[in-house]
Ligand binder design. Structure first.
Ligand SMILES: NC(=O)c1ccc[n+]([C@@H]2O[C@H](COP(=O)([O-])OP(=O)(O)OC[C@H]3O[C@@H](n4cnc5c(N)ncnc54)[C@H](OP(=O)(O)O)[C@@H]3O)[C@@H](O)[C@H]2O)c1
Length: 199
């Protein structure tokens, strides 16, 4: 398969790239890194990426940033950063990409644990994750030509233990290999409309 992985150099994207490389042709996409550069927050940049890469069998996105902070200090603009930083970029990757995905191909998006098991200051993150989880469930019904769409929702990765030290008290850290297997299942498997929780 020819597979685009957006954010392949990141912590989560690397698990997908490790799980799928060797068996497939991987096109690594990042803002500054990878085989192709794209700004996923700019729809024209998404279009240019698809035009450059052409038809593919699968698109994986493992990107997104949100605002962290308590709701009583959050303003509307900060909340919307979760929409513009995590939800809309991944949704646009699907909307712009359907015509570039071969029959029977797939999209795999990324949300995260915080709408299931929040930490303080995570309302924006939780809303973004919930929006993406809901989008995938319903979008699967509409997908043409046997195209599948799923989403991976991991706990904090083992490789990010130090980066998030103290922010996720009591949370389990999941192995990077287990997260990679969820992307493998989404891309190489047969299911659609699924939320693959890794915890
Ligand atoms: N890390 C975790 O434990 C964890 C757990 C659950 C969910 N998640 C979710 O997984 C997603 C990725 O997190 P991460 O920890 O892997 O992040 P990360 O390590 O910071 O990696 C982000 C990746 O996305 C790329 N990227 C950033 N902004 C971009 C843009 N505007 N256009 C295109 N590519 C862009 C980066 O490209 P460059 O390499 O070129 O900079 C990088 O490859 C986030 O939505 C996060 O909430 C993470």
């Amino acid at each position: 398969m020819k597979i685009i992985i957006v954010g392949a150099a990141g912590a989560v994207g690397k698990t997908a790239a490790d799980a799928l490389s060797g068996k497939h042709e991987i096109i690594r996409v990042g803002r500054t890194s990878g085989d192709v550069q794209m700004d996923i927050e700019d729809i024209n940049s998404i279009r240019a990426m698809y035009q450059q890469v052409g038809k593919v069998d699968a698109v994986v996105s493992a990107v997104g940033h949100v605002h962290f902070g308590p709701v009583h200090e959050m303003n509307s603009e900060q909340f919307m950063s979760g929409i513009y930083g995590k939800v809309l970029p991944q949704v646009n990757l699907v909307l712009e990409g359907v015509d570039y995905v071969n029959d029977g191909g797939s999209f795999t998006m990324t949300s995260g644990v915080l709408n299931r098991d929040p930490i303080p200051g995570a309302a924006c993150a939780a809303a973004a994750n919930g929006a993406l989880d809901g989008f995938v469930k319903a979008a699967a019904v509409d997908m043409p030509r046997g195209i599948r769409i799923n989403i991976v929702s991991p706990e904090v990765l083992e490789s990010c233990r130090e980066k998030y030290d103290g922010f996720f008290p009591g949370h389990v850290h999941v192995s990077d290999e287990a997260v990679g297997l969820a992307y493998s299942k989404a891309v190489e498997g047969c299911l659609t409309g699924q939320l693959f929780v890794v915890e």
